[in-house]
Ligand binder design. Sequence first.
Ligand code: NBG
Length: 821
Amino acid sequence: MTKRKKSPAGESIRTGASPQILAQALLDNLYYVQGRLPELASTNDWYMALSYTVRDRLLHNWVQTLKAFAADIKAVSYLSAEFLIGPQLGNNLLCLGIREQVRKAVARHGRSLEELLDQEGEPGLGNGGLGRLAACYLDSLATLEVPAIGYGIRYEFGIFDQVIRDGWQVEVTDKWLELGNPWEICRPEIAYEVGWKGHVEAYPDAAGRQRRRWAPGVVVKGEAHDYPVPGYRNRVTNLLRLWKAEAVESFDFADFNVGDYYGAVQEKVLSENITKVLYPNDEPEAGKRLRLSQQHFFVSCSLQDMIRIHLLRGRSLESFQESFAIQLNDTHPALAVAELMRLLVDEHLLDWEAAWEITRNTLSYTNHTLLPEALETWPAPLFAELLPRHLEIIYEINQRFLDEVRLTYPLDEDRVRRLSLIDESGGKSVRMAHLACVGSHAVNGVAALHTDLLKRTVLQDFYELWPEKFLNITNGVTPRRFLALSNPALSGLITGKIGEGWIRHLEELRRLEDFAEDPRFQRNWRRVKLENKKRLAAAIRNRTGVQVNPASLFDIQVKRIHEYKRQHLNVLHIVTLYNRLKRHPEQTITPRTFIFGGKAAPGYFMAKLIIKLINAVAEVVNHDPDVGDRLKVVFFPDFTVKNGQLIYPGADLSEQISTAGKEASGTGNMKFALNGALTIGTLDGANVEIREEVGPENFFLFGRTAPEVADLKASGYHPLGCYEQDRELREALDLISSGFFSHGDAHLFQPLVASLLYRDEYLALADYRSYVDRQDEVGHTFRDAKRWTRMSILNVARLGKFSSDRAIREYCEKVWEVRPL
Ligand code: NBG
């Protein structure tokens, strides 16, 4: 071992935590890693130097944790096509508990920690809730000291950056790797080959048994890129391993010699395309082929990696399930069922039955959506071309499975057709959710209502077949990032009252109930909220030029833009308030600031039109002298994890207004409530459970329930009837149609208005009256500061259930059967 440099106090420059040694380490990294002198260093150089300094401290814990992987201990492997991890520096400082020392160290060099934190971008390797959930779960696994690896894809371009021009969304390429990423450790030695295309051949093995083997036509290499995932103050650091595609050989020398330079480079270019870009969801059909390639690529690399780790432990593959519990985050990694079978049967020569046993015992599947258009299927011809052996394996799994079904339900061919892994209606296609169900020992939904609906709708036949496989695990969010890190003022206030145990045991927040009416505590609570709103107001000013009043009610809806999430219902309410003010300019109303944020899939026309509508309404309302300061509307561009951390703490009201039965869980709902916002919401997803926990009197409920939605649709829903019967609704829609918000252009919003009037798939008009009435009550309640504050405190106090630690404990006990280190 090399001798470590020591400070006078005996601290190592790589692991020490005093301000002196940290200040010295900063200079060291600036000089030796960045090759910079302090007087010439840019803000980014200092950010990088600081990040390397923090990373050194994490690596020490990391190496210790990795030892666990060498030992005989079961680890969790979380397979997800998306990880939305957010900025890393702040969270890593929080976990290590060295923020104050680092602040001092940075100050010694004349820099501010805030400025360096602000310099950091984020890896946008996800679309929204699903990817962020994966990141929260990694945080909880590390905090609960469960050895785990997150496996995913290192997209070179993550989710696009959103810019608003003339009120429209414009997509700009995300260049998160442009300035380098200090947290990433590239591991060229951990690499696997992954095949495509080609053909399958039969051959007899040494024992004379018939076997199949795949001779791929194309091969690429997946290279590991690792990110540290620290637990909260516990010295555990887990691993997020993302795969990057590389050509197997940089140049085909044969081609090169005959002078075909471009032909030679082509393979390299094509191979590397696989991990080029993350697909925005809600995109119909686009890029199907490449997406299937991405899924196969990361699943294959990850499984090969797990098999390598398992064999390194000196154990045989029969006990693979004792080394890993593999979670499939939605169907994106569902190919793991076929790929694990292929690896075990074709490559490691196990019997089919033994391999199937291992596969099923190892895998489990989480469903995240009921929307039929979001359930993945792949055309069989595409499969046959790209993954011929996998398709064979899927057919074999299907045949064995359907034989079993026929024994359980004789003469029920209709059921057989419904359960089949292959959809034969129209062209043949592979149903990935069915593959995941058949290949897993556990299937879960992400909120009680969602799981219930899963059992009764999309997976009903599977539930009837294997009721014992199904369970609910309601989502959760990490209190570290979404309270301790993003809302230091509220965290400080809470810790001052009940100590800091809540950061690991969120149920302890319950003790705040005792102070819900304490006048001093209430005043401090309001002071903190106001500070956070001022911070948000400054950011809004900075990014949109709109001046908002921090004393007004901050009414916020941030999430992907989608018709089922009903941002347009929110707009109808705004236009209604506007109409009321125009009619009676003298009336007193509760001043409100409406804040929206969220990206629309680039090919989702209606979602993009909703963004335009929000901005169009904002432009009129914000400049109308009759309105003055009473209503402001803001579209906060580029909603990301980083912006979320700024927005949630500044909310008074959280909009969770999806059509009941459509939002699987929602997690933004939890982040808002954890930061003291009250919710206006439907009985959808986890809203149901949030309301149960905080108490119905502390939640603004509106709208039809999931069964009522289904009934209304079944009995024939006519949105035009709602329009005709409700004057305020009519006036709001008419004003939008008239071109009033679009400089007289009466065509611009027609597609949206027409879709509401003649179809309204998501029942915005049916829920309008109940929403507006409830919003009136919100406005009224907000004026009673004591009552509002009490409700806010009680919301926070009763939110313990929605910690991702609770969710992860449930997965550990009920699905993975793993125990902490
Ligand atoms: C999303 C749901 C959300 C849920 C997250 C995390 C997909 C496919 N599903 O309601 O829409 O909170 O998953 O479970 O992105």
